[in-house]
Design a protein around this ligand. Structure first.
Ligand code: MG
Length: 161
């Protein structure tokens, strides 16, 4: 069994879609980034790469590469899952916390979990997503951006854990 940790932040701006966990969330602003800026999926990807000591998403999907402009991060997550599978690993579980003052994310959490578990080809109850505010404090609290923390465990399929 191996553990990984991921953290990501994106700035909230007008004129962008807000995509979290592959879910389009109705809101007056969205996250700025080269891809769809799905901060939840980015943190999950970094956690998975961390578990396998494979660097970070910037190394695998450079934001200078035009082919990743506007891409759905769920597609990139599938690529990371292939890297795991190629090395004989499978996701054991994922736990993530989105830090956002607004909008309220509770109605969308289940769909985020389903999108991530489906993409990773694991059971739904192995992926947990939470959302919290910072009670108005800091960049998340004042609405400048959204952050996400994620941890994962992975195990080697081909040997005893
Ligand atoms: Mg990111």
């Amino acid at each position: 069994m191996r553990i990984g940790f991921g953290y990501d932040v994106h700035r909230l701006v007008a004129g962008r879609a807000l995509v979290l966990g592959g879910v389009n969330i109705p809101y007056e602003m969205g996250l700025l980034g080269h891809s769809d800026a799905d901060v939840l999926v980015h943190a999950v990807m970094d956690a998975l790469l961390g578990a396998l000591a494979l660097g970070d998403i910037g190394k695998h999907f450079p934001d200078t590469d035009e082919k990743y402009r506007g891409i759905s991060s769920i597609l990139l997550l599938a690529e990371i899952n292939k890297l795991l599978a190629d090395r004989g690993f499978r996701v054991n579980n994922i736990d993530a916390t989105i830090v956002a003052e607004k909008p309220k994310l509770a109605p969308f959490i289940l769909e985020m979990q389903e999108n991530i578990s489906h993409c990773l080809k694991v059971e739904k109850d192995l992926v947990n997503v939470k959302a919290t505010t910072t009670e108005g404090l800091g960049f998340a609290g004042n609405g400048q951006g959204i952050a996400c923390y994620a941890v994962c465990t992975v195990f080697k399929v081909t040997s005893h854990q």
